[in-house]
Design a binder for this molecule. Sequence first.
Ligand code: KE4
Length: 436
Amino acid sequence: MSDLNSHISTKNSAALFEEAQLYIPGGVNSPVRAFRGVGGTPLFFNHGEGAWLIDEDNNRYVDYVGAWGPLILGHCHPAVISALQTQLTRGLGYGASTAAEVEIAKTICKLVPSIEKVRLVTSGTEATMSAIRLARGYTRRDKIVKFEGCYHGHVDGLLVKAGSGALTLGEPDSLGVPKAYTDLTYVLPFNDIYAMKALFAKEGDSIACIIVEPVAGNMNLVPPVPGFLESMRELCTQHGSVLIFDEVMTGFRTALGGAQSVYGVTPDLTTLGKVIGGGLPVGAFGGRADIMNCIAPLGAVYQAGTLAGSPLAVAAGLAMLTEIQRPGFYESLTKHTAQMLTGLQERADAAGIPFSTNQVGGMFGCFFTTEEEVTTFDQVMACNVPQFKRYFHAMLENKIYLAPSAFEAGFVSAAHGENEIAATLNAAEIAFASLK
Ligand code: KE4
């Protein structure tokens, strides 16, 4: 185990970041990696081992990002590596169908019963973009509903912030998104059942779909309040709108059957990603056969992808889906996550730091707030972000790598055991003491 109190040197990461900025916008291939949410210089990682990540300066960290969710088995799990090595000798892609695609489709339909048919794509964004086009094509309606604080990938019509009021249409949340796109998107407050009912009373029959993260994982971690998911199910059924659960993050992360199995609410379509690729580029959208049959080449809703169903990515995904079906996998993952969070809470309380946590299965959220439980976007936005930044860096100094943003969820893997939890809690004791 590493020395928890050593000062870390990150000079090689810093040099790489300098060079990266010459060739890559912001020096990163995805904004959150740039550490702008926490300050300081982003780390460049060299390799991973189980629950640990090693950076370019040979610092070893317990990893709670897990590539933003996919690495639920930890880094370089033997079963995943072996499956990739076997496929490597057979070829990297054919642009044609393979038996493995049938196998992974069958497995997804078995594990997520609401998915009767599924189409593979290569990212979560592609999955949500395609699911929305499908919902619009199936209903012949254009308007859609999303929730403030939920992120569904960089789809033009979803890069939308709340309009002036819950019953008004959204505003673009990025340059380059035409107003005409956001004029079709309503943005409601997450966990606000009343606002949803009011909108559907007014516009329900013109709404193609609701898309929601059943557990919000992109405004830190906010679970649904009782009745929230159930109400949207009733409203969509009543008005002939399609209910899309974006389970790109929660799928196979919160439970084997995803968040829909945790809360007992059945969507019409589900989007998946992350875990199903084992760390390689795989996304998917699937659901009711009568809706999915509208997708080309069977139906008139076009969708396609050169690398969809990549044999290499599917090999990794299948190996991962096999491992997570082992008896006790989620019980152990949930237990370790709860054990770690209980330890954090005890240490924050002992240090007199206002702190609370949320957890669903193997994903968690930590909040610097006096709120007993965080259930709304406004409560998330009211948290003490400067204190989170100090906590992030104190934990990093002590070899714990958290998501570099106060608005991201954290992820535990099957490789996080007693050693990793002990290292995390020792670091947290030091970190909380530094905040007093
Ligand atoms: P990708 O296109 O990044 O594969 O997936 C988009 C997406 C869709 N739906 C949900 C619920 C998601 O969480 C995501 C992506 N998640 C972020 C993490 N907050 C990816 C990290 C990043 O953007 O670099």
